[in-house]
Design a protein around this ligand. Structure first.
Ligand code: GLA
Length: 658
C-alpha cells in the first residue's frame, strides 16, 4: 500500500488503559499510519536483568495492527535502566573532566563497555525474537540519536585499538598528530588517552581522531544491533534517527551506508521565517546522505515538533499552519513521511512541556485539529511516494572537516562551516534552485555545479576527485579557508589553499581575518566580513578585487578555467545579496536557471519517469498564484494554467493533463 508514514513517538507505558482506548480513536481520526514505540522503554521492558515484561508491548502492537497502524519498533538502548548502572558502574559514561556520571537522565552508557554492549544485544535480540512476524512491525528503530561521548579507561583502550589500526605504528601517529610540537611524542601506546580536559590548547589531531573514533565506535554498537534484527527479520528495514548539530560526534554520511533508510530528527532553531530554509536545508542534507544508503533516494523525517520548540532562551510556539507546511516541505524534498516527537504530551518527566500531536489541552485544541488536517492531507498525496527529487547542484558539508574547525588556535573565531554551508544553501534556496547537501566528495557526476564552503580538510584523493570533476565540465565554487589542511589537520605548506591551489589557479600568501565590526569592500560594490586574504593568481582570472584597505586592488574573487570546467574562489564572506547574485551567475554558467516562484513561495518537484508532482509552499502572508496544470491533490480541484495557494498554505499538483 502506498502510504506516507505519519505519526510519532508513542509511549503507552506512560498511561493507563482508558487513555490507550482514546489514543486508538484519536489516531484513527488523525489517520496516523505509524507509531514509534519503545524508544526509552528499557526499564519497562526489562525491570530486572533478564526478566522481560512484554505484555504491555504485545497489547500495544496488537492494537496498532488492529487499527492498521505500522509500528516503528525501537530498541531502548539509549536509556539503560537504573539497575544497569548499579550492576555495571564501569559502563556509566565519564566526561572530559574525568567525572563518572550517574544514572538520572538518558544516555547514561559507555559504548565501549562490554557490559553495555552485551545488555544491548540481549534486549535487541529479545525484541527481535518476540516481534518477528508481527503484522504491525514496519521498521526497526535502533537506539535514539547516537551521540554520547565517553572518556573512561575502557574507551581509552578502545581508542588505542582504533589508532593502532589507523596508524600501524607510533611513528606514524606521532607524525600525523605533529607531537613534536610541545614535546608530546608518544613512546608507548599505553600513554595515549582520550582528549580529556587539559591545561591549555589540546592537540587538534588527537581531538579530531577521537571524534572519528567515537563515530566508528557508536556505529559498531548500531551495526551489532542491526545485524541481530536483520537476522530475525530480513524483510524489515533497520534504521536509527540522526540528530543534527555540530556537537554530534557522528559522521552521518559514513553511517548512511549502514542504515537501510536515512532518518533524521529536525527541530529548526529559528523561531521565525528562517525556519523555512532550515527545514529545506535539513531535508536536502538528509537526501544528500541518502545517496549512500540502501534506501536511496528516499529518507525519513523521524522526529519534528508539532508546536513548542526548545530554543536557547525559551520555547517558541509554531504559528498555525506551520506544522503542516514544514511536514509537507520535508515530503516535497523526498521524505517518506512526517513523524513527530511525540504523539501525546507527558504529564511529567524531563521534557514535560515538549509539544505533542495530542497536547496537554487534549484533542480539543488547535494542534490536534491541525494534526487531523495534516493526516488527511498526507493521505490525499500518498501517490507522491513514487516520485524522487532531482538536483544538479550540490553544496558540500563534510562533518569531519567541520569538527577540525572546533579546535582552538585558529586564525579567527566564528569560522563555522555549517553556517557557511547554510549560507550557500540559503542563497540558492531563495532563488528556487534545489540542491543536495552532500558529505563526501564522491559520485559527483550527477552535478553540474558544486559549492565547497569552508572545506578545511581536503585529502589528496578528494582534491583529485574535484579536479577531474571540474576538468570534465563541472562548475565549482570554493570559499575561504578551504583546502588548508590534510586529513590529519596538518597545514599544507607552500601557500594556501594547499590541496586546491592548482585547481583554483591561485596561491594565498596570508590571511587577514576581520574583527567583528570590520568590513571589506569589493570592486563590484559587494561587501565582505569575517575574513580576507592576500591572493596571488597563478593562472586564474580576477573577477573582483578588494577596494580600499590593506588589500586594495588585490584579487578577492577569481575564476580558473580547467579542462571543460571552471573553478571560482571567493576569499571573503560575501554579504548575502552579493553572494546570492554570484552563485546565481555560476548556476547560469552551469546551465541552471532560477525557479520561477513568486517571492516567499517554495516550489519543489518529485518526479517518476513521465509523472511529476509539484509542491508549492507559500511561506508568505498573502495568497499567491502559481503556474501549473493538472490536479491539485489536497482539494481534488482541476488546475488549468494556475493555482492559488493560500497565505501560509500548500498546494500539491499532479502535473499533466487532468
Ligand atoms: C530528540 C529526541 C527526543 C526528544 C526531542 C526533544 O529528537 O530524540 O527523544 O528529546 O529531541 O526535542
Amino acid at each position: 500500500m502506498r502510504r506516507l508514514l505519519y505519526g510519532g513517538d508513542y509511549n503507552p507505558e506512560q498511561w493507563p488503559d482508558q487513555v490507550h482506548a482514546e489514543d486508538s480513536e484519536l489516531m484513527r481520526r488523525a489517520r496516523v499510519t505509524a507509531a514509534t514505540v519503545g524508544v526509552f522503554a528499557w526499564s519497562t521492558l526489562e525491570p530486572a536483568p533478564g526478566r522481560y515484561e512484554f505484555a504491555w508491548l504485545d497489547r500495544t502492537l496488537d492494537r496498532l495492527a488492529a487499527d492498521g497502524i505500522g509500528a516503528i519498533l525501537a530498541t531502548p538502548t539509549a536509556s539503560p535502566p537504573p539497575w544497569f548502572g548499579l550492576a555495571h558502574p564501569e559502563a556509566l559514561p565519564v566526561n572530559a573532566d574525568g567525572v563518572r556520571l550517574s544514572h538520572g537522565s538518558r544516555d547514561t552508557y559507555c559504548a565501549s563497555a562490554p557490559a553495555y554492549r552485551a545488555a544491548s544485544r540481549r534486549i535487541a535480540g529479545a525484541l527481535a525474537e518476540r516481534y518477528r512476524g508481527h503484522p504491525a512491525l514496519v521498521l526497526w528503530h535502533v537506539h535514539n540519536e547516537y551521540g554520547t561521548v565517553c572518556h573512561c579507561d575502557l574507551t581509552a583502550a578502545a581508542f588505542r585499538r582504533w589508532l593502532r589500526i589507523r596508524y600501524g605504528d607510533l611513528d606514524r601517529l606521532n607524525d600525523a598528530w605533529t607531537t613534536a610540537f610541545w614535546g608530546q611524542g608518544y613512546t608507548d601506546w599505553e600513554q595515549i588517552r582520550t582528549p580529556r580536559a587539559t591545561q591549555y590548547l589540546a592537540n587538534p589531531t588527537q581531538a579530531l581522531d577521537f571524534r572519528r573514533f567515537t563515530s566508528d565506535e557508536l556505529l559498531s554498537a548500531y551495526v551489532e544491533q542491526r545485524d541481530i534484527l536483520r537476522a530475525a527479520t530480513p524483510e524489515i528495514a533497520v534504521t536509527t534517527n540522526y540528530v543534527l548539530g555540530g556537537w554530534v560526534p557522528v559522521d552521518h554520511d559514513r553511517w548512511a551506508r549502514e542504515v537501510d533508510i536515512v532518518a533524521i530528527d529536525h527541530y529548526p532553531s529559528d523561531p521565525g521565517a528562517g525556519a523555512e530554509e532550515q527545514t529545506a536545508f535539513a531535508a536536502d542534507l538528509a537526501r544528500g546522505w541518502a545517496r549512500r544508503s540502501p534506501g536511496r533516494p528516499h529518507w525519513l523525517l523521524m522526529e519534528s515538533a508539532p508546536n513548542l520548540i526548545y530554543t536557547a532562551d525559551r520555547m517558541h510556539t509554531k504559528e498555525p499552519g506551520r506544522m503542516a507546511r514544514h511536514s509537507l516541505a520535508a515530503v516535497a524534498r523526498g521524505s517518506s513521511g512526517a513523524l513527530f516527537f511525540q504523539w501525546r504530551a507527558p504529564r511529567g518527566g524531563a521534557e514535560l512541556f515538549h509539544s505533542a500531536l495530542v497536547p496537554h489541552a487534549g484533542p480539543d485544541s488547535r494542534v490536534y485539529r491541525e494534526a487531523v488536517e495534516l493526516g488527511a492531507q498526507l493521505d490525499r498525496i500518498a501517490e507522491v511516494t513514487e516520485g524522487v527529487v532531482g538536483s544538479s547542484v550540490a553544496v558540500v558539508y563534510d562533518e569531519p572537516s567541520a569538527w577540525a574547525l572546533q579546535a582552538r588556535g585558529l586564525p579567527a573565531t566564528g569560522l563555522d562551516p555549517l553556517d557557511e554551508a547554510q549560507r550557500a544553501h540559503r542563497a540558492l534556496w531563495r532563488r528556487g534552485i534545489v540542491v543536495d547537501v552532500i558529505g563526501a566528495l564522491e559520485d559527483l557526476s550527477a552535478y553540474a555545479m558544486i559549492v565547497l564552503p569552508m572545506h578545511y580538510l581536503v585529502a589528496d584523493a578528494q582534491a583529485a576527485a574535484l579536479h577531474s570533476w571540474v576538468a570534465g565540465g563541472g562548475r565549482l565554487v570554493v570559499t575561504y579557508f578551504s583546502g588548508i589542511a590534510d586529513e590529519y589537520a596538518r597545514v599544507r605548506v607552500g601557500g594556501y589553499p594547499g590541496a586546491l591551489r592548482e585547481l583554483l589557479g591561485i596561491r594565498v600568501e596570508e590571511f587577514h581575518p576581520l574583527g567583528p565590526d570590520e568590513r571589506v569592500k569589493l570592486s563590484t560594490g559587494a561587501a565582505g566580513d569575517l575574513w580576507s586574504e592576500t591572493v596571488h593568481p597563478t593562472g586564474a582570472e580576477v573577477v573582483a578585487r578588494y577596494a580600499g584597505g590593506v588589500l586594495d586592488n588585490r584579487p578577492a574573487i577569481t575564476r580558473h578555467a580547467v579542462g571543460d570546467g571552471t573553478a571560482w574562489y571567493v576569499s571573503t564572506r560575501l554579504d548575502p545579496a552579493a553572494y546570492g547574485d554570484f552563485l546565481a551567475e555560476v548556476a547560469a554558467a552551469a546551465g541552471i536557471e532560477p525557479g520561477q516562484a513568486p517571492a516567499g513561495v517554495e516550489l519543489v518537484r518529485r518526479t517518476a519517469g513521465q509523472r511529476s508532482w509539484l509542491f508549492a509552499l507559500n511561506h508568505s502572508t498573502a495568497p499567491q498564484d502559481i503556474a501549473a496544470d493538472g490536479v491539485e491533490l489536497l482539494t481534488g480541484a482541476t488546475v488549468s494554467g494556475s493555482v492559488r495557494v493560500a497565505a501560509g498554505g500548500v498546494a500539491v499538483i499532479r502535473e499533466g493533463q487532468p
